[in-house]
Design a protein around this ligand. Sequence first.
Ligand SMILES: C[S@@+](CC[C@H](N)C(=O)[O-])C[C@H]1O[C@@H](n2cnc3c(N)ncnc32)[C@H](O)[C@@H]1O
Length: 207
Amino acid sequence: MRNNENLSTTIRRYYRVQSKIYDLTRPFFLSGRRKILEETIGLTPIQKILEVGCGTGANFHNTLKKYPESKVLGLDLSEDMLSKALKKVKKFKNRVDLVQGMFPECLNDKNKFDMILFSYSLSMMGLEVDSAIKAAQRRLENGGLIAVVDFCETSFKTVKCWLGLNGVTIDGTIEKSLSKYFAPVMVKKEIVFMGLWKHIRFVGRKV
Ligand SMILES: C[S@@+](CC[C@H](N)C(=O)[O-])C[C@H]1O[C@@H](n2cnc3c(N)ncnc32)[C@H](O)[C@@H]1O
């Protein structure tokens, strides 16, 4: 619990400033966010979607467009990121709800979803990655999908350090835990950002 509190405080403090420049700066290096949504199309009927760590809501437009019958719950622990998301939500006419809190504690097990999206949020969860992925499995309907895009590997120490300074851990845990709790439907690793790192896109099914 103590670890979680520290992590939550650190992330919220980090995004107090970063939220102001987030939407301008991140498109350059958070690649694969559009692709991961495309890669989930047609796999299962999807109406209820949870995005864990939705941040400023950068994925809402694409998610709602790809899934015209869906409703999205966006969850994030940073009030500053959510205040940016709130501005976007207004134009989506009741299709997006927002919740402020730390995943998984802030959602009860009765809330089940057809798809849970983690877009560059798992890499910020430090030691809690495995338990977050396990919790996502509990919160999915049978046959439901987990969709993840995130940092995956780098061979450069300086890149690892720089990501670390920004709260990001890049150590292979995400991939290991995803394969532990989900049946993989699609796994792709792509070298991106001038070859400095790889991202992973993973779609898995709850069986
Ligand atoms: C890099 S941003 C990604 C935002 C958005 N998903 C995107 O693709 O642009 C990571 C977000 O995850 C949130 N986050 C990290 N750990 C979290 C947790 N355990 N529960 C809820 N939100 C979390 C952070 O506050 C931050 O807004």
